[in-house]
Design a protein around this ligand. Structure first.
Ligand code: NAD
Length: 294
């Protein structure tokens, strides 16, 4: 059993923290939203009044925040959390952020004698709840071995992508591909339905054929095809369109910095930006289905 501080109890962080509680760890959590803290307490965790409070007496810190600026704001600077975390502690930073931002936090942590992994995840809110997330980690291999038991309480597949920042690079590549196959799936679903097919029948045919992909397997964007998918619940919960847009922006930055050609990622970014312009930024990212039917 370990004492763990968990900062950021949103769609992903809360179920991840609850799985750490279930695995027998003592979890003190902090989020800016009081109802998130109440839910952690109901699951057996402890609510803290601030991130500083949460890290009192712990040697493992997990964070799950929206974007780079939140993570840099939490950890860096004279009054940042790294100045207060005990030397020898382990920081597992699970948010999806810019690889360079992750490297900045890694460098500052190393100066303080704190071990860190960038450990972004894949698997969505369902994977977070089921404890079946995929972790893509960047940092020292020895640090991953120290973290493995904690990560295993929240995820099923744990990969070492490479040195500091490599987990984030893997994550932006994955999410660019996710956006592209979600858009392709939504476009094909709309095409088939417009031409008289039943959406469930079409979804099943494509799922079991060469067009099969994760969106068809787990997250069909057409309402009513999959009972548990956000599409069947007015696109609520899940992975916000604005977060996907952020990740596509990170992918474009990575492409820019290396001169990589990413036309599909670039088009996906434009279409997701359009969703935000249409006021759909808070909807799950599978709501791109609406681009093809409204
Ligand atoms: P979310 O917006 O639901 O949760 C973020 C939480 O962080 C919020 O509850 C917010 O109040 C809290 N927060 C922000 N600043 C804080 C601070 N300074 N101190 C404490 N709490 C703070 O987002 P999410 O969907 O849980 O995503 C979190 C991260 O995981 C993002 O980087 C996202 O890209 C990534 N991600 C999300 C999914 C998904 O399916 N939702 C899947 C994989 C990865």
């Amino acid at each position: 059993m370990s004492k763990i501080a968990f900062i950021g109890l949103g769609h992903m962080g809360l179920p991840m923290a609850c799985n750490l509680v279930k695995a027998g760890h003592e979890v003190s959590g902090f989020d800016l939203v009081p109802s998130a803290l109440e839910q952690l307490v109901a699951a057996g965790g402890k609510a803290s009044n601030s991130a500083r409070d949460a890290i009192e007496g712990v040697q493992i810190v997990v964070s799950m925040l929206p974007a780079s600026r939140h993570v840099e704001g939490l950890y860096l600077g004279d009054d940042g959390l790294l100045s207060y975390i005990q030397a020898g502690s382990l920081v597992l930073e699970c948010s999806t952020i810019a690889p360079d931002a992750a490297r900045k936090v890694h460098a500052a942590a190393a100066q303080m004698g704190i071990e860190m992994l960038d450990a972004p995840v894949s698997g969505g809110t369902a994977g977070a709840a089921a404890g079946t997330l995929t972790f893509m980690t960047g940092g020292a291999a020895a640090t991953l071995e120290k973290a493995r038991e904690i990560l295993a309480a929240m995820g099923k597949n744990i990969f070492h992508a490479g040195p500091a920042g490599a987990g984030q690079v893997a994550k932006v590549c994955n999410n660019q591909l996710l956006a592209v196959h979600m858009l392709g799936t939504a476009e094909a679903m709309a095409l088939g339905v417009a031409n008289g097919l039943d959406p469930s029948a079409l979804a099943e045919i494509m799922r079991q054929s060469s067009g099969g992909n994760w969106s068809l397997e787990k997250y069909n964007p057409w309402p009513g095809v999959m009972e548990n998918a956000p599409a069947s619940h007015d696109y609520s919960g899940g992975f916000a369109t604005e977060l996907m847009t952020k990740d596509l922006g990170l992918a474009q930055e990575a492409a820019q910095s290396t001169g990589s050609s990413t036309p599909m990622g670039s088009l996906a970014l434009q279409l997701y930006r359009l969703m935000i312009k249409q006021g759909k930024g808070k909807l799950d990212f599978s709501a791109v289905q609406k681009l093809f039917v409204e």
